[in-house]
Design a protein around this ligand. Structure first.
Ligand code: HEM
Length: 512
């Protein structure tokens, strides 16, 4: 058959086949969907040239559940992606590392020195505070000022007397609650003590337990925690932004007004003291409000910036310390032999006198208990660590595009049996043999983060936890309340809390 004869029989073959518009669109969409479907890491990674292992579907379930750190650890294992796993939430591109070396590379790199600012953080004006400020001169100057005037060893020891008083007050409050209820929910007491401590260091103010202005402050702080901790759909699906379906924006705006009034009032009180000549600069006893008011020239902050900086300290400094102490006391109730051992250490170091920071330095086992609690129950297992790639960067062999959110799953690292022997076991003794640093140099255990944005309050936080733990263990034997067990179930909000708050008995100890 000649070609001409062929055309005679099938004339449509004379023209190249032309697809209808609908068919072309259909093929295009199917190809796109397949490309998205099979892209490791899911939708947000589909248009990048990176191929990093990770789940192809969105991870909404993991993030809206109570323990995203566990869900992400499991996924990383199942994708053999402990070093680095890619995933998407809506249009947000994520990578997460569950392995010390890669984690160190991420946290130590200047490419990841920014943080993604969630809508709630932005609305609460935290982008002007240290934790969310972009990496640059403003952030650097806030770090410098606070390192010098809030977190320096000299400042921390100058507030020791007040810290001790807070500890004594907590002991009294525990006694009072025990005499009324026969058991104590420790979280409220610890939270209020911790809040008072930060309030004194930052604002130079303290409050009575559960009375007057202190209650108002507690309300503002808990509302802020809830808003910052909530999974907000608008952060990942921009089209939902203007709808504000969860009411996050509305609630943030209402909270900001109250916070401005509350903190503004305290700043005004400091200004009045100056006008009345009641404040003398440079005595080393001023609080952080005084430090910020003393700044001069280009370092001077506007009032809204001051409010953001001061308010952030309350958020970062209160919850983490109280939550960590609650976990430790839960462990003490569960492990009476560990409790007895540390109590005998406390007794041998300081007998019945009130514990001080210098005593704590001689309580090695107590410090190991705190380390072990930070390993098993890290207050920030992953979310508060998020970093943002400011430019394209390579991690290991992987290309990470600008704008990717990077996280470290510290919980996965501290529960990895390749890194820790018997990781599920609460065993403070492991640190008597292997004195791992927890300050950020060793990523096997870095509960305060690492690199340029490492927690600046780590020494202050540890000083408070060590001292109060010693005071609480010196004063009471912590035992289960009648018929109740200690439930170690977790719930990750802004920090990783106990899902069922610890309720137990505190039996007064007599130290001879
Ligand atoms: C047990 C107590 C604490 C824990 C576990 C903790 C944990 C953390 C973690 C994991 C980070 C992120 C670090 C990173 O990205 O590498 C952080 C940042 C931060 N923490 Fe803490 N923290 C504690 C106590 C405190 C205290 C007492 C304060 C202040 C009063 C504080 C203030 C901050 C600030 C301002 C940042 C942001 C730093 C920046 O982005 O430059 N923290 N903290």
């Amino acid at each position: 058959m000649t070609p001409d004869f062929h055309l005679l029989l099938f004339p449509e073959l004379a023209q190249p086949p032309i697809l209808s518009f609908q068919a072309a669109l259909f093929i295009f969409l199917v190809t796109l969907l397949l490309a998205f479907y099979f892209t490791p890491g899911g939708l947000a990674w589909a248009l990048t040239k990176s191929i990093i292992p990770g789940p192809v579907s969105a991870l909404l379930g993991a993030f809206t559940g109570p323990t995203p750190h566990r869900a992400l650890a499991k996924l990383a294992r199942s994708h053999h992606a402990e070093k680095l796993m890619a995933f998407s939430i809506g249009l947000t591109r994520f990578v997460i590392s569950s392995e010390p070396e890669t984690a160190k590379e991420i946290l130590g790199s200047t490419a990841f020195a920014d943080r993604p600012v969630k809508e709630s953080a932005y609305e609460l004006l935290f982008h002007r505070a240290m934790g969310f400020a972009p990496y640059g001169e403003y952030w650097r100057s806030l770090r410098r000022i606070s390192a010098l005037h809030l977190f320096s060893p000299k400042r921390i020891s100058s507030f020791e007397k007040f810290r001790r008083q807070v500890g004594v007050k907590m002991v009294e409050e525990v006694k009072r609650v025990m005499s009324v209820n026969g058991h104590v929910e420790v979280k409220r007491v610890l939270h209020f003590g911790s809040l008072n401590n930060v309030m004194m260091t930052v604002f130079g103010k303290c409050y009575e337990f559960f009375e007057g202005e202190g209650v108002e402050l507690e309300g503002l702080v808990s509302e802020g925690y809830e808003l910052l901790g909530v999974f907000n759909w608008s952060d990942h699906f921009p089209v939902l932004g203007w709808l504000d379906l969860q009411g996050v924006r509305r609630r943030c705006r209402s909270l900001v007004q109250k916070v401005n009034a509350f903190v503004g009032r305290i700043i005004e009180e400091h200004r009045i003291k100056r006008v009345n000549g009641e404040y003398v600069k440079d005595e080393g006893v001023g609080d952080f409000v005084d430090v910020l008011l003393d700044l001069e020239n280009e370092s001077k902050l506007s009032e809204p910036d001051m409010i953001a900086v001061l308010w952030e300290m309350i958020f970062r400094g209160t919850d983490t310390v109280a939550i960590l102490l609650e976990w430790i006391l839960a462990r003490m109730v569960l492990h009476p032999e560990i409790q007895a051992k540390v109590q005998s250490e406390i007794d041998s170091v300081c007998g019945s006198k009130v514990v001080s920071d210098s005593d704590v330095a001689n309580m090695r086992y107590l410090q190991c208990i705190v380390k072990e609690a930070l390993r098993v129950h890290p207050p920030g297992p992953l979310l508060s660590w998020a970093r943002l790639a400011v430019h394209d960067v390579t991690v290991g062999e992987n290309h990470i595009p600008k704008g990717t959110t990077a996280m470290v799953n510290m919980w996965a690292i501290t529960h990895d049996e390749k890194v820790w022997a018997e990781p599920e076991k609460f065993k403070p003794e492991r640190f008597m043999e292997d004195d791992v640093s927890i300050m950020g140099s060793d990523l096997r255990l870095a509960p305060f983060g690492s690199g340029r944005r490492v927690c600046p309050g780590k020494a202050l936080g540890l000083a408070s936890v060590h001292l109060w733990l010693a005071q609480l263990l010196q004063s009471f034997r912590w035992v289960p309340s009648d018929g109740a067990t200690v439930d170690l179930e977790e719930c990750l909000k802004l920090s990783m809390e106990m899902k069922k708050p610890l309720a137990c008995k505190a039996v007064p100890r007599v130290v001879v």
